[in-house]
Every structure is written in structure tokens, then in C-alpha cells.
Ligand binder design. Sequence first.
Ligand SMILES: Cc1ncc(COP(=O)(O)O)c(C=O)c1O
Length: 380
Amino acid sequence: MTPKINNEVKQLQLSGIRQFFNRIQGIDDMISLTIGQPDFATPEHIKKAAIQAIQNNYTSYTHNAGFLELREAISHFMKIKYELEYNPANEIIVTNGASQAIDTALRTVLNPGDEVLLPSPVYPGYAPIISQCGAKAVFVNTTNLNFKLTADLLRDHLTPATSCIILPYPSNPTGVSLDKTELQAIADLAVQHDLIVIADEIYSELVYDQPHVSIGTMIKDRTIVINGLSKSHAMTGWRIGVLLAPEWLAKECIKVHQYNVSCASSVSQMAAFAAYTAGINDAFPMREEYAKRRAITGQHLRRLGFRTIEPDGAFYFLAGIPSSLSSFDFAVKAAEEARVGMVPGTAFDPNGEGFVRISYACSQDSLNEAFSRLELFLQK
Ligand SMILES: Cc1ncc(COP(=O)(O)O)c(C=O)c1O
């Protein structure tokens, strides 16, 4: 039989992170600084709300966009946290994690031939969807600007085909964020060139020094904001994301969402209601702990000669390696010889060469032990 596979799907590669994990699997007693999710348990009151939902048979389909009281709670949360104004009736969609919100947003706005600008190195979840839409991901290298995406850099990459900018801040893998002035310059550019902005703000509750600013407060009419509970409430497995868009865009997004998944899990939605009401500040104690780990990790990295750019948020450093090896070889060697796992920067895209991503979503003891091992490894 001729394999009947969509051409774009055929071209997709296993993610670089997966390839790396396949390579290092089976190494005993490894400390993994590769983790892309919180190492905390979901708060108890959220788990109880889900158990109650099951016991009360809250197990049917909900409204496609999520049940209304949940959308009202999300609207309130986004208002008091980030001054975002979204109408729960028609501007908020509850999705299966931020991942599905990203998928829905891109499939809603992109046409074949469109170009999408995104900072690089960047989370690898966007480009495969862009290409499945027949559009093109244009990576804007931020490595010479301390991983800051600027309006000027973006301007250099504009073409008549540019239709959209992805703004993932705070960033995975760099931890870097953008402040109000930097965002305003990008907002002005988006207006000037009639671009849509997709702002992936999944780490917005995990910022350490400055409050999170959303570009949705500046140019709501052309922005899709993506958020969710995976990182803020240690709920990656519950699959709750949020898509916020002005009514004219949300009413198109809901079609894509509806035909794709109908709705997010009803039980998880009940858990999300608890998170967005009683659990409004659940991220705070986790954030405090991450801040301590950020300090420990930064000190160790600098002591061992890694080049660091202080992350503003999330739980990652993208650190320059103190070695002439490629990122991939360095990370494999560190895993095999020091038994410390780090993600090679090239897992994000070619501009990640020379860097490794180090996650501090693990205990302080694990961090200290991992860096002791790395110290011995580097001495060799
Ligand atoms: C920047 C970014 N966006 C989206 C996601 C996906 O989030 P979710 O698990 O809610 O789908 C991740 C997960 O690591 C991420 O780092």
C-alpha cells in the first residue's frame, strides 16, 4: 500500500528534546535538570473539587468554551492579576492545556504562505503547527540581545507575508521576559504592520522581580492571550488551558476548538474553578521556592564558568556551556559521565547551539548534588 500520510506531517521530526531523552535513557542514578513541569503536587483543595465533581456526576460535555461560572472566574482572575478585560460570555475559551490553545489560535489565524515571527531559541511547540497550516516559522535570533525580542529585531524580519508574531513570555527555555516599554514597542509595530499577536503567557504567575505585563492590555483587538493552570497550579496532567481573544477572533477560534475537542474535561474544569477562585494565589508559595532555587542555580552556574542571563520568570536557565563541545555532545557527556541531565539548546532550534537548558523544578538538594557532580566532570 502507498503510505497515505499528509505531506506536512511526513516532514515533521521527533522533537529534539525527545531525541535527546531517547539517547540518554537507561542511565542509572541520574539527576535530571531537564524537567519542564512543576515538581509540586496539585493543591489539595483543587484535588478535592475534582473528586467532588466525579461524585456529583459532573461528567458530561460542558459548553464548548467551558462552563460559564468557570469563564467568569477566569475573567475575574485575569482582571485582578494582569488588568486584562475579557467578557466571559464570548471572549474566553477553556482548552486542553495551553498546547491546544496554541493549536487553536494558529489554525484560526494562519493561511498557507503566511510567515510567523517568533523569538529564538524558543519552545518547540509552535513551529510544527505553523508548518501544518502551510505557513512558515521565521526564527528571530535573540542570542546577541540577552534573549530579548525587540521591535527592531522583528522589523528586520518583516516581509509582505508576515501575518503574526508569537510572544512567549516569560520564556521557555530562557526565562527572560519583556517589560511594559518593550512590549509597547512591539504592540506599536503590530498595529503599524497589521499583525496578529499570539502571547503565550503560561508562566505569567512565575515571575520573580517585576510584575507580569500582558500585551493583551495594549492591543487586545489583535491579540490572542494564552494561559492556563499547568505551571501556576502544578496541574500539567489536568490539561486546562485558557484562550483569551476579542470577540471577533474568539468566535472564529471556538469553531476550531469545537470541531477538534468539543470541550475540556468536565472534571478538570471543576478543578480549574477551584484554582481560579479559592486558589487564586496558590502559585505564591511555589514561586517563593523557585526563587530560592533560581538563586542557588545561578550561583553554581557562574562558579562553574557557565554564561548566564538572569531569568525573570519560569524555572529555567539557558546557560552558555564552558566547553568547545557542541550542546548535544556536552549534554550527552554530562549525562553519561556526571549523571546530570540537561537539555541541549539545539533541542529548541539551531540558535540554541552553545547553550544547555537547566530546569530548577527540582529540590535544592538535587540542585546542589547535581552541581557537585558537574564540578568534578568539568575538572576532568
Ligand atoms: C511556553 C510553553 N507554552 C505552552 C506549554 C504547554 O502547556 P500545557 O501543558 O498547558 O499544554 C509549555 C509547556 O512546557 C510551555 O513551556
